[in-house]
Design a protein around this ligand. Sequence first.
Ligand code: ACM
Length: 535
Amino acid sequence: MRRRSVVSALLLSLGAGAAVPAAAADPATAPASAPAPAAAGPRPLGQVVPVPASVKAAGGPFTLAEDAAIHVPAGSPTATAVGRYLADILRPSTGYDLPLTTSTRRQGIVLALDGGADTGSEGYRLQSTPQAVVISAASTAGLFHGVQTLRQLLPAAVERDFLQLGPWTIAGGTITDRPRYAYRGAMLDVARHFHSVAQVERYIDQLALYKINRLHLHLTDDQGWRIAVSSRPRLTTLGGTTEVGGGQGGYYTKAEYQQLVQYAASRYMLVVPEIDMPGHTNAALASYAELNCDGVVRAPYTGTAVGFSSLCVAKAPTGAFVDDVIREVAAMTPGPYLHIGGDEARATSRVDYIAFMDRAQQVVARYGKTVIGWHQIAAAHLAPGVIAQYWGTKGDEEPVAAAARSGTRLIMSPANHAYLDMKYDEATPIGKTWAGYTEVRQSYDWDPASVVRGAPAASVMGVEAPLWSETVSESSDIEYLAFPRLPAIAEVGWSPAASHGWTSFQQRLAAQGPRWTALGIGYYPSPQVPWQFAY
Ligand code: ACM
């Protein structure tokens, strides 16, 4: 109670109006369309990105009371951790204590593990009544995703890390939700520019809000090697010290990589490490002379051209190198996947490429992991279970379709829809253009099941939004390119195909703007979206 009066006093002293979002205050970045008026009362129950599979509005709203508790199931440390994560989000802005309790009263916020819920391994049900908001799921992953929906149903000011004016009200009804695809990824290129553990953790938190569950780290490229390999120390002491444009680079120690893996796991996200081979390897070729066919160490490279480097496929030291690297990276990665690249190997002969990829698949299998490769890997002899990541723009690559018909599974990252490093338009200050300007509607309007002609829809295991970092070094760069397009791709990966619709998405996306502002995310205010600025 004492706390409440402090809240009121503070809000009065702040003028209670909550901060004006930067995007609204700056006419240079405001879109041409008029901002939508602030919604009165709680937002509609379905105003969530990605849109839930089923939404049924019913009954009166729920309002979070000052003395509410967060109820968690007894005997589940992981569900308790989800409750703690939710409390950490809600406490600073509401000013409420929100204690965790295992009391079974259905009042306040309730997280319930319910094996009978028909929501699969990641789905959840959210029921909102005047007494309680109950999130039930068969798994703690489902509870975590339900918590993201709960966040989005509350006013955007809830994301602020200082006291805000309520009320904290959620419309009445029931959401029943589960993902379309099991693999919903985002990739960050930490090789062209190194990104610190703190930067990656910040991005992980942002991805979690949109139910992304795979974080693909592009750990090696011509311009830098970013992961410690004990048996090959020069990869990082030398190969880790460069980046595009001549900056100092950097790399993750094994402990730092483990920290990232654990942080991602706490957000129900698996890390997928990528060691890109046999091309995109100048940083390795600059670190170890024996990997070059001529035995001469390469000069470090800080430019942005691609396709000039190759491991010397036929040499024995290359085989030993690949074994060492895959063994160590597999050992520090609890997730099932190991990405071996395979793109743009223009300095490797076709015969060598096939020989290399055939062998690399065996090495990954020997260390207990499932291979992912960029879709050029379809030129090799694909072992059962191997996954190809499609990054083309035309969908006419017959070897990829043929592999899919033979059982290879596909991750969809069509560059003209899913690449977050493409510029939005000619005025975008960072990014690239080779796959075309990519406005948010272009990121949204595609169907993973029909990207590659002749590939069975059932071969598609999901989507991924890659963010290459030739032009990206700061978190603000990441956020400007990822928002609003990342949520578009997240919806394509999560929501039922039948729910796809630009008009609905556009309105729901518009309501995310104040949330991003509250979270300190400097997004691109696309003129395609009628942004809301009010909380
Ligand atoms: C890629 O964009 N080279 C996979």
